[in-house]
Design a protein around this ligand. Structure first.
Ligand SMILES: NC(=O)c1ccc[n+]([C@@H]2O[C@H](COP(=O)([O-])OP(=O)(O)OC[C@H]3O[C@@H](n4cnc5c(N)ncnc54)[C@H](O)[C@@H]3O)[C@@H](O)[C@H]2O)c1
Length: 246
């Protein structure tokens, strides 16, 4: 096991991707803290990590609320004593043309993905600097690299996460903290529940490997980035997308 004794925070911890990521990290020996606005769903993911023999905890938290995030991550430090890996994964999709988008829709999208990533990062980096180690993994999207009609606000937020990843990687490299973005293609989770069948079929037809992604496809990349084996990788965008974008 490559992550024995490590502690990871996964935001959006009750979601489909988080379930895969949490399991992959737990299988490598990592204890897991899940932050989610919907703690009931996250509890199911925590139970799965415990079934693998790991410790796990859930903290209810809206990542857009900066002070709540600091308090939630404070509880993780109280429980586990240290945090080695932060996976900024909380998010949601919304399909709407810019001409119909309201200011509230725009603000919420940017707040959850971009401000949430900032706030969670702020809550761990001082202690990671003291530790002289850490892994920050930001879940972006192919949309942040190629754009997509009907979710330009989402694409803007995910592109912003890539810029943040690169800047932060430059700031933290001297402390042996790596910062990377994972930009998945379309993955079968509740997130794509509102995507219509026609669009799903178009995505599959445009994907070289001829299928949607599975949470495990993304989780394997995240788990690798969390290990010592990935210690020379920082500031990168790794895109498990089945050949949707090459
Ligand atoms: N599924 C895909 O096709 C896909 C593709 C690329 C990127 N992503 C990204 O992967 C991440 C995880 O998505 P998923 O597919 O697991 O979706 P999901 O809907 O299954 O899970 C998202 C989780 O985030 C939580 N969440 C939403 N807003 C929150 C907030 N303000 N504070 C705390 N938690 C919040 C939700 O409660 C949910 O548990 C998201 O950032 C998403 O943008 C998904």
């Amino acid at each position: 096991m490559k992550l024995s004794g490590k502690v990871a925070i996964v935001t959006g911890g009750g979601g489909g991707m988080a379930a895969g990521i949490s399991t992959a990290l737990a299988e490598e020996g990592c204890d897991i803290a899940l932050l989610d606005i919907n703690p009931e769903e996250a509890e199911k993911v925590a139970v799965a990590a415990r079934a693998l023999g790991r410790k796990s905890m859930v903290v209810g938290c809206d990542v857009t609320r900066h002070l709540d995030v600091q308090a939630a991550i404070g509880k993780v430090y109280d429980q586990f004593g240290h945090v080695d890996i932060l996976v900024n994964n909380a998010g949601y999709g919304q399909y709407i043309l810019v001409k119909d988008m309201t200011e509230e829709m725009w603000d919420r999208m940017i707040a959850v993905h971009l401000k949430g990533t900032f706030s969670c990062t702020k809550a761990v980096i001082d202690k990671m600097i003291v530790q002289g180690s850490g892994r920050i993994i930001n879940i972006s999207s192919v949309s942040g690299m190629m754009g997509a009609p009907t979710h330009s606000h989402y694409a803007a937020a995910k592109a912003g996460m890539i810029g943040f990843t690169k800047g932060l990687a430059k700031e933290l490299a001297a402390h042996q903290i790596t910062v990377n973005a994972v930009a998945p293609g379309i993955v079968e989770t509740p997130f794509i529940g509102r995507m219509n069948q026609d669009l799903k079929e178009k995505v599959i037809a445009s994907t070289l490997l001829g299928r949607l992604g599975r949470p495990r496809d993304i989780a394997a990349v995240v788990a690798f980035l969390a290990t010592e084996d990935a210690g020379f990788i920082t500031g990168q965008v790794i895109s498990p997308n089945g050949g949707l974008l090459i």
